[in-house]
Ligand binder design. Structure first.
Ligand SMILES: Cc1cc2nc3c(=O)[nH]c(=O)nc-3n(C[C@H](O)[C@H](O)[C@H](O)COP(=O)(O)O)c2cc1C
Length: 215
């Protein structure tokens, strides 16, 4: 496996990508944005549905309006499960400096048909394409979940509708993109979550260690 992986451009980009939460005050180029969006729509989708919509917002005023609505939305929102970040978001959103997209210059919102079984899966695959393409272009990116959590918030949905996202769509996820404010440390070791059942034997091999040994 080591030989196959050595010098593989895709695996190098996958390995180097980190979530970035601090961005330079510098817009990304139009060409870069178009590459990110092309990467998104190249993702696989269930039955080749391609029913998603990617809404890229680079306008500061629109982003700040969204942030204000997100802040307000969380004050009337009740977490729908016990995911820890959801339990604390109400308090965090009260902070004057709260910015759900980490002040990135560009936010790409992925929405999809609300009654479509693969809405989240399709958009998530597209988002990963965006993250990896951003990495390959020297840009930083981060998965942003807050618009998903507030997907049923009336004032926020009205604003997103004004930005062209149809009412029949559900907000799946979004990606903050921009030039990173700092170079992040290499990714931490991943947990041991790999099992292999080899061609020649039925035993479950618990694959030990992430990249240090085999990769
Ligand atoms: C489904 C999902 C939701 C996430 N939501 C957020 C988010 O709302 N804000 C954020 O800053 N990071 C978010 N992240 C980023 C994760 O925190 C990050 O991927 C994880 O800590 C691993 O770090 P890495 O991406 O640098 O490898 C999310 C990631 C995923 C996959």
């Amino acid at each position: 496996m080591g030989k196959i992986m050595a010098g593989n451009a895709v695996i190098d980009v996958i390995r180097a990508r980190r979530s970035i939460r601090d961005f330079q005050d510098r817009q990304i180029e139009r060409e870069q944005l178009l590459m990110l969006l092309e990467a998104a729509i190249c993702a696989p989708s269930g039955s080749n549905s391609q029913s998603w919509l990617f809404t890229a917002i680079q306008n500061k005023e629109a982003l700040q309006r969204l942030n204000q609505l997100v802040k307000e939305g969380f004050q009337r929102w009740t977490p729908d499960d016990d995911y820890p970040p959801k339990q604390t978001i109400g308090e965090r959103a009260k902070n004057a400096n709260f910015n759900f997209y980490h002040h990135a210059p560009a936010l790409i919102i992925a929405s999809n048909r609300a009654n479509y079984e693969n809405a989240m899966a399709d958009c998530s695959l597209a988002l990963e394409n965006i993250f990896l393409t951003a990495q390959s272009l020297g840009l930083g990116s981060c998965y942003i979940n807050q618009l998903r959590w507030l997907r049923d918030d009336g004032p926020l949905r009205d604003c997103l509708f004004e930005l062209g996202i149809p009412k029949e769509h559900v907000i799946c996820s979004s990606a903050a993109v921009g030039y990173a404010g700092h170079t992040p440390p290499p990714p931490a070791r991943r947990a041991n979550t790999i099992h292999i059942i080899s061609p020649g034997d039925l035993d479950v091999e618990i694959f030990d260690a992430f990249h240090e040994k085999e990769f």
